[in-house]
Ligand binder design. Structure first.
Ligand code: ADP
Ligand code: MG
Length: 602
């Protein structure tokens, strides 16, 4: 690794660097500083928070500006007042031996006249939030017409906060020939658009996030008996109808086996490992990219370099030997500004490893329960209902309507809905009605509140598409209900709805609050979920554990599902290796994909 001397920084800056105790440049600094010092170029740099981006643009800017001039030459836009002040302070420290340097912070909530006065004294560098900057420009309190370097710091965050127009407006007051340097932790479409619009041939650098996991990824683990791994995997898939995932296995053999079983059970899955020919691998990857494959089962080696952006879940079917491998795996999701979930299925003997991973990735895992059968049925049902609700009508069916109407002449709307949904629901219901609880006890982080108490599980009609992940939803619920940190738990966010649990004594309060609650202009609806089984997480206290469910203590393979339901016998599918109907991937996003016709195989 280079030293700061080797990057080409001048003596004043090097002295300050020594004073601050920086010994070696960080990756983004080592990459960006020489480029920015040597070339007059635009730059796009992607690096996680805390990687030293301020110095990466700060040092070159300080070295390149004329300090003996009083003209404003550098403008740094940053999303918040805090960041603005932080950057200003850092720059002042970096430039403490640069005599005559004036860095001024401009942000809302403080006296605009005072800030204007500071600028007037001759600020070579202005660090500003977009809102206040725009304000000052329109009042002619600043002149940025001679800017040579513009920095968009935390560009993704600024755009998230709705500053697109302000940024555009501000930059329109700067000269064409300036250099623009954009720094961002992620590269969502909006950032790419900005880069395209305001920059010409930018040099691009990306800094991998070492061992520290992305902020966009939440980590969960599920503790099951080793022999239930596969059943657990299926439930996780069924509980997430829109899943688009990579499933990691340790060996080629397991990879192949799991993929084959999934395919046999009716999922759109594929295997990716080194025993396949290049051609086969290309085909699998192509289907995955097209979303014809929802679940890609892969070895670590084969999955290296999978650059598919919208993977929703990474599932660790088995934990890797090396913890660093876990970081690579989980980094397959939560890309391009999206959130993702990394799930780990662990058996008791591996659960210690979770703690070591937590230490290294500096993130906590949430221990979650494998959803029980009725919850999955509910998820599937609601997901179907949402899908139907959002479906565009295909008027090709108009010509058949007469005969269909005739057939249902005597059927009420209510009855029709029930019948319609039963088509899907019964398949899952038959499969899962006698399913057993796969969770076993044992925890690395101690018992959660409510695990021993009487709990209520709720359904809420907001989900991932409303911008929630489990952390955000938990925060939201905590805030509006004015509850404590641990009062809301087992928050499980799906695409368009979610579940959460509180102790039952809070039920009245929760339901009362949400009877007439609007958020962002829409009614937020909360209902008690029928799925009582999730109220407790430990097998010994199953409230739904009546005699009806006992039967599945039998060895798997002997389980007979659906055998009692006469009305849908024709619909029952072939038995899988587990002796159960295959849940069809009813929520596949590509309705034309290869998983669709599979129904006819039965
Ligand atoms: P980012 O903008 O990427 O989130 P910052 O520029 O705020 O990161 O830097 C994070 C912290 O690391 C700051 O406290 C900064 O002083 C410190 N830092 C930056 N570069 C180095 C370095 N080369 N060596 C040691 N500490 C550094
Ligand atoms: Mg920063």
């Amino acid at each position: 690794m280079n030293t700061f001397q080797e990057l080409g920084l001048n003596q004043d800056l090097l002295q300050a660097i020594t004073d601050m105790g920086f010994e070696t440049p960080s990756d983004v600094q080592a990459q960006a500083i020489p480029i920015l010092l040597d070339q007059d170029t635009d730059l796009v740099a992607l690096a996680q928070t805390g990687t030293g981006k301020t110095a990466a643009f700060g040092f070159p800017m300080l070295q390149k500006i004329q300090i003996d001039s009083r003209t404003t030459q550098g403008l740094i836009l940053s999303p918040t007042r805090e960041l603005c002040l932080q950057i200003t302070n850092e720059l002042k420290q970096y430039g403490k031996y640069c005599k005559g340097l004036n860095v001024v912070a401009i942000y809302g909530g403080a006296s605009i006249t005072e800030q204007a006065r500071d600028v007037k004294k001759g600020a070579q560098i202005i660090v500003a939030t977009p809102g206040r900057m725009k304000d000052m420009i329109s009042r002619r309190l600043v002149d940025i017409s001679k800017i040579e370097y513009a920095v968009l710091d935390e560009a993704d965050e600024m755009l998230n906060m709705g500053f697109y127009e302000d940024i555009t407006d501000i930059l329109s007051h700067t000269p064409e020939e300036k250099n623009t340097w954009l720094f961002s932790a992620t590269m969502p479409k909006e950032v790419a658009t900005i880069a395209k619009k305001f920059m010409s041939n930018p040099v691009e650098i990306t800094v991998g996030h070492k061992n520290v996991g992305s902020d966009q990824v939440s980590h969960e683990y599920y503790l099951v008996n080793a022999r239930d791994r596969y059943s657990a995997l299926k439930r996780l898939a069924d509980a997430n109808p829109d899943i688009f995932s990579v499933i990691f296995c340790r060996t080629k053999r397991d990879t192949q086996k799991v993929a084959e079983k999934l395919i046999e059970d009716g999922y759109s899955a594929g295997a990716l490992h080194g025993d396949l020919s290049q051609n086969q691998r290309d085909l699998v990857m192509k289907s995955f990219r097209n979303k014809q494959i929802q679940m890609l089962v892969a070895t670590d080696v084969a999955a290296r370099g999978i650059d598919v952006d919208d993977i929703t879940h990474v599932i660790n079917y088995q934990l890797p030997d090396e913890i660093e491998t876990y970081t690579h795996r989980s980094g397959r999701t939560g890309r391009a500004g999206k959130t993702g979930v990394s799930m780990v299925i662990v058996s008791k003997s591996e659960v210690r490893k979770i703690k070591s991973i937590e230490r290294i990735i500096k993130k906590n895992f949430e221990k979650k329960d494998i959803p029980d059968g009725m919850e999955i049925c509910e998820v599937q049902l609601m997901s179907l209902a949402n899908k139907i609700h959002n479906t565009e009508i295909n008027h090709e069916i108009d010509k058949y309507l007469d005969s269909i109407n005739q057939l249902f002449e005597d059927t009420s709307k209510d009855e029709l809905i029930k019948k319609f949904f039963s088509v899907e629901f019964t398949r899952f219901f038959n499969y899962y009605q006698k399913s057993q609880n796969l969770n076993i006890s044992g925890d690395v982080s101690g018992d959660r509140p409510g695990d021993s108490g009487d709990n209520t599980r709720y359904f809420i009609n907001v989900g991932r598409k409303d911008g929630y992940d489990w952390m955000k939803l938990k925060d939201f619920l905590k805030d509006v209900l004015e509850l404590g940190r641990d009062d809301v738990f087992k928050v499980d966010v799906k695409e368009s709805f979610s579940f959460f649990t509180t102790e039952s004594k809070l039920q009245e309060k929760v339901l009362a609050f949400f009877t007439d609650f609007k958020h962002d202009g829409r009614f937020v609806n909360v209902e008690v979920s029928e799925d009582k089984g999730r109220g407790t997480s430990r097998g010994k206290r199953r409230r739904d554990g009546g005699s009806k469910r006992r039967r599945d203590d039998k060895p798997r393979g002997e389980r007979r599902s659906g055998s009692r339901s006469g009305d849908s016998g024709d619909r029952r599918s072939r038995r899988s290796s587990e002796g159960a109907p295959k849940p069809r991937r009813s929520e596949n996003r590509t309705s034309t994909s290869s998983s669709r016709p599979r129904r006819s195989r039965r």
